[in-house]
Design a protein around this ligand. Structure first.
Ligand SMILES: *Cc1c(COP(=O)(O)O)cnc(C)c1O
Length: 494
């Protein structure tokens, strides 16, 4: 199977090529030329499989330049003891038609682990397959969760280094502590003065800087990405949508063939896009519901067809969704426009140069047939956490709360009674302050004290990887300006 650029279909690479490059030279993102179809017996077949087996089964369909044994080896390593739940992505039911897909049982307690525990295997194997002799430096811009998950995934992986940039004061205390205490000999962490988009734009500039590329090449390095623009990051996420369906069938919550909805707290549009690919493969999905916090650029896009990044940026209690440029939307525009690379490229050019674009009516109707959307304010986020805790004794984090609120509003307005899955993207313990505040507990102070307080208040034990931060040493204190990121990278690769 070949992978093509969303901005130029004539650019064609193998899966290994697309994964080791990360992003196409023309600025486009790699997508599979054709989307494999789930065999009719797939759901039944997967019922008896472990999560790693399901992952291997699904991922093999997209990675035909990898042998099934290779892929199985990676999935077994990636979804093993490093997760605190044998299912890796368990499904909890709140009632008959409301389910939570818990994607935060990995080593950093956020859903990014689902992809970033396996990406290093895919990437290093892809480099071997493409005959890459240089070493790779992974560059990450993070609003909190990706950075830590990428650091954990790549730490001490031979032939790699990883440098993470995060916005100073733009992540939670716990997230900051997780990153600045990271272990490993090949890792670097740097705070950037600015917001997430400044950091992400800065990283994109590093990727497109030809002079820097040549200089690093001369020193035996090339740059790649662990952001969700990499296909190797997106593909593992397709798995849990399908696995959830298998679980619901297995538990008798739905019958095989029934449609379900997914409601996804969305930032960079990677997670929900993986749901879209699962649907394209033939998974019975009714609606994909895109949930926004106060940075509701995507919800506005679905409502009006206009994507406008020129808007105030809000710092919210769900920081992993504080994003104005949702990079993966580009893949959706391409797929929904019938693989129209020129149209996609023209919208991206407008976004870059003018700050906004408006899609044509045909494309908008196609998108609206699949996607619903909704927004959630800060107050509504807190109310959703409080309500779910009070009514069901189920504790959810701020991002999951955004999605749950949006799902309830969607149901109320549309009357759609389809069984629905809320994609739960982080442990509530990653966002202790906001969660304590929401359930009416004392949230004064910071850092790890709040972890204890939340645990006392709810009688739920915090994940071990978070309580272990108490004894961790801070290793990275650096702060840079967004204009100084290239210098930091040069110094890191000295
Ligand atoms: C990254 C993240 C999101 C947003 O996912 P996207 O793929 O960027 O849309 C939502 N919730 C949490 C906790 C995250 O870490």
């Amino acid at each position: 199977m070949r992978y093509i650029s969303t901005r130029d279909k004539s650019v064609k690479l193998s899966a290994a090529g697309a994964i080791s490059m990360g992003m196409a030279r023309d600025g486009g993102l790699f997508v599979p030329e054709t989307i494999p179809e789930l065999p009719t017996d797939a759901i039944e077949k997967m019922t008896g499989m472990s999560y790693p087996r399901r992952a291997a089964y699904i991922m093999s369909m997209f990675l035909d330049d990898f042998s099934p044994d290779e892929i199985r080896e990676y999935t077994e390593k990636a979804y093993g003891d490093n997760f605190d739940n044998v299912m890796s992505a368990p499904v909890k039911s709140l009632d008959d038609r409301t389910h939570f897909l818990e994607l935060w049982h990995g080593p950093t307690s956020a859903f990014k682990d689902m992809a970033l525990q396996i990406l290093p295997y895919l990437l290093t194997a892809s480099m071997k397959k493409t005959g890459e002799r240089r070493r790779v430096c992974i560059l990450v811009a993070t609003s909190g969760d990706t950075g830590k998950a990428a650091l954990e995934g790549f730490k001490d992986v031979p032939g790699t280094r990883i440098l993470v940039f995060f916005p100073k004061n733009g992540v939670s205390d716990i997230q900051e502590l997780q990153m600045t205490t990271q272990q490993g000999d090949n890792v670097g962490v740097m705070q950037v003065r600015g917001n997430f988009d400044d950091a992400q734009t800065g990283v994109k500039k590093l990727f497109s800087d030809e002079q820097l590329r040549a200089e690093l090449d001369g020193r035996g390095w090339f740059l790649s990405s662990a952001n969700s623009i990499n296909w190797g990051r997106l593909l593992p996420q397709v798995v849990y949508y399908i696995s959830t369906y298998v679980e619901l069938v297995k538990d008798g919550k739905i019958s095989n063939g029934d449609k379900i909805n997914f409601c996804v707290p969305t930032g960079n549009f990677g997670d929900i896009l993986a749901g879209f690919y699962a649907m394209r493969m033939g998974l019975p999905v009714n609606k994909l519901i895109c949930a926004s916090n106060s940075n509701d650029v995507l919800t506005e896009f679905f409502e009006t067809g206009v994507y406008n990044r020129l808007r105030p940026f809000h710092t919210t209690v769900s920081p992993s969704m504080d994003i104005l440029i949702s990079s993966n939307l580009e893949r959706l525009l391409f797929e929904m426009s019938g693989a129209d690379d020129r149209l996609t490229a023209s919208y991206m050019k407008l976004l870059n140069e003018e700050g906004s674009y408006k899609i044509n009516d045909e494309l908008k109707s196609a998108i609206n047939a699949v996607f619903a959307c909704g927004r959630c304010s800060e107050e509504e986020t807190r109310a959703a956490i409080a309500g779910t805790w009070k009514d069901s004794g189920y504790l959810i984090d701020t991002h999951t709360a955004v999605a749950y609120h949006v799902l309830r509003e969607y149901r109320r307005k549309s009357g759609d009674g389809t069984p629905s899955v809320v994609v739960s993207t982080a442990s509530p313990y990653k966002f202790c302050k906001a969660v304590l505040e929401s359930i009416g507990r004392d949230s004064e102070g910071g850092g790890l004290d709040l972890l204890d307080r939340l645990s006392e208040a709810t009688a739920v034990a915090p994940p071990k990887n978070l309580s272990g931060l108490r004894s961790a040493q801070r290793r990275f204190e650096g702060v840079c300006e967004k204009e100084g990121m290239a210098e930091e990278l040069r110094a890191f690769l000295k």
